[in-house]
Write a protein that binds this ligand. Structure first.
Ligand code: CA
Length: 228
């Protein structure tokens, strides 16, 4: 396997050092910067497969770096947040981070997350373009057909778009506003309860037990995610 590259952006030297040591031990090529203002430069130069990104940094902060990286690439991002930065954490996910870890964290746990996120990113690329498969649930983005062990599932165009959007970003949490934005494409601000209703309909069609959804999960106080 080609060595994967991880950029660590963290201003606390102790934390940066421990993270670097663990990731190197797992076989990654690691580059570290301690200042938010150096992050984009390092990103361009180093071309990482994944960025471990601290939220609170001198210079550019983590959310801004995340936004800039996302504007130009799908590079995986794991955010490091301090305990209690709940809103920031959510913003971090809204910005398109793939995962987050709350400080203080065990380096072993972080290394496991890095591995999981990189594997997921690789699987997404190899998932034959638009054809998604999760257990016996199959979603074909080209033919817009969905089926599971019970056979074909009939969805409205909107329900399909919603399912496909969520399933294309497994584990990523979306707020109802983000889903409205991504799937409904309205000119005017929509009503977030539309999303709630659509999720409910989608569950009744896609989930074997809609009252205990396997894939279409509610993340309380935030929104929804698709669990593979
Ligand atoms: Ca910090």
């Amino acid at each position: 396997m080609a060595e994967e590259r991880v950029l660590v952006v963290e201003d606390e030297p102790m934390v940066a050092e421990v993270v670097e040591r663990y990731l190197r031990r797992d076989g990654y090529t690691v580059s570290v910067v301690h200042d938010g203002d150096k992050a984009m430069d390092a990103f361009e130069r180093f071309q990482p497969d994944l960025i471990v990104l601290d939220l609170m940094l001198p210079g550019l902060d983590g959310t801004e770096i995340c936004r800039r990286v996302r504007a130009r690439s799908q590079t995986s991002i794991i955010m490091l947040t301090a305990r209690g930065e709940e809103t920031d954490k959510i913003v971090g996910l809204g910005m398109g981070a793939d995962d987050y870890v709350t400080k203080p964290f065990s380096p072993r746990e972080l290394a496991a997350r890095v591995k999981a996120v990189l594997r997921r990113a690789k699987n997404n690329v190899e998932a034959d373009g638009d054809h998604l498969r999760f257990g016996d649930l199959r979603i074909n983005g080209r033919t817009r057909k969905v089926e599971d062990h019970r056979g074909p599932i009939e969805l409205t165009a909107r329900e399909f778009d919603l399912l496909f959007h969520l399933a294309s970003h497994p584990e990523q949490v979306f707020s109802r506003e983000q889903l409205l934005d991504a799937v409904w494409d309205l000119e005017f601000p929509g009503d977030a309860s539309t999303v709630t209703v659509s999720i409910r309909r989608l569950r009744s069609k896609v989930e074997t037990d809609p009252s205990r959804p396997r894939h279409l999960k509610t993340v309380w106080g935030v929104g929804y995610k698709f669990e593979p």
